[in-house]
Design a protein around this ligand. Sequence first.
Ligand SMILES: Cc1cc2nc3c(=O)[nH]c(=O)nc-3n(C[C@H](O)[C@H](O)[C@H](O)COP(=O)(O)OP(=O)(O)OC[C@H]3O[C@@H](n4cnc5c(N)ncnc54)[C@H](O)[C@@H]3O)c2cc1C
Length: 318
Amino acid sequence: MSVLVVIEHDRDQLADASLEALAFAADVAAQLGVDVEALLIGVDAVSLADECAAHGASTVHHVADASLTDYGPDAYGGAVASAAGVLSPSAIVASGSDRGNEVLAYAAAELDLPFVANCLAVKTADDWEMTRVQWGGSLNEEARLASSMPILSVASHAAEVAEPVTGATATVQTLEVTLPESATATMIQDRIVLSEGVTLATAPVVVGGGRGVGSAEGFEVLEALAAKLGGIVGCSRAVTNNGWRPHADQVGQTGTRIAPQLYIACGISGAIQHWVGAKAAKKILAINTDPAANMVVKADYAVIGDLFDVLPAITDIT
Ligand SMILES: Cc1cc2nc3c(=O)[nH]c(=O)nc-3n(C[C@H](O)[C@H](O)[C@H](O)COP(=O)(O)OP(=O)(O)OC[C@H]3O[C@@H](n4cnc5c(N)ncnc54)[C@H](O)[C@@H]3O)c2cc1C
């Protein structure tokens, strides 16, 4: 028996969230006294086997069907369901990303089993007890699950990624799966690169701007500081609603959940929907004219002042 982790990747680029899923699965597997095994879907995905081993997988199951080179929810969900039928794992785990949740939802529907999304912690027993994130992070739910094969996704940043074990190897096994007729219902037709390099989700420093920035041009002072700090610019929904920045830059419940070493929130009030996307930052510096703003109250550090005075001053001394 094992805890089977569905590894998220895009054409063999491992998603960092998969390492969190492996770390989370290690805890569940330790409670059950079983191994962690990984499921790699995609023809060339087997190149990720060593990385899975370094993060705790003892066996890697590789599904190499040519129709699975690119992601498709029906096909990947069907592959997971079919693999579960062959391997009969104690539980199936994936990252709680949009893609991870989508794949597990399809797989759970195919297997006719319940799926618990966005778990923070799990205690295994006859009925499994889990804490999971609800309402975009506004509340945590205590839930019980009775299932022959629990299917769980891991909330973003819920598990600390373990240090990789140098030289670890896993047994690699090719797995034949039966795909549902709907497998080709949704397929990638074209790929457009929107951004390269550091992303909002992985940047060590994020300089975020809100309505207080006032215009698209106002973001130049944020770009200047981000460039000096090796960081990236993010924003609030007020900014994307105004068309000052693209939605890809939005931090929050309906944007990206960030976890940088430092988040510098400029002219952002700190509404709950923004806060849930920012709270995993290790340190937060708020720059705001309002000392009572939620972001100021919750931040580790705050500068009360006009961001157009404060930001150039910080940029000059860094
Ligand atoms: C379903 C739903 C989902 C949502 N999802 C998101 C989401 O994912 N992300 C998100 O961000 N929001 C989201 N929102 C919107 C959210 O509720 C807030 O409306 C939004 O975050 C406010 O953005 P803001 O802080 O930039 O603007 P405001 O709340 O207007 O705050 C502006 C701040 O700037 C300060 N300020 C003004 N001028 C200056 C200056 N010159 N220097 C320094 N400070 C200044 C003000 O004191 C104020 O604190 C969502 C809302 C809903 C209903």
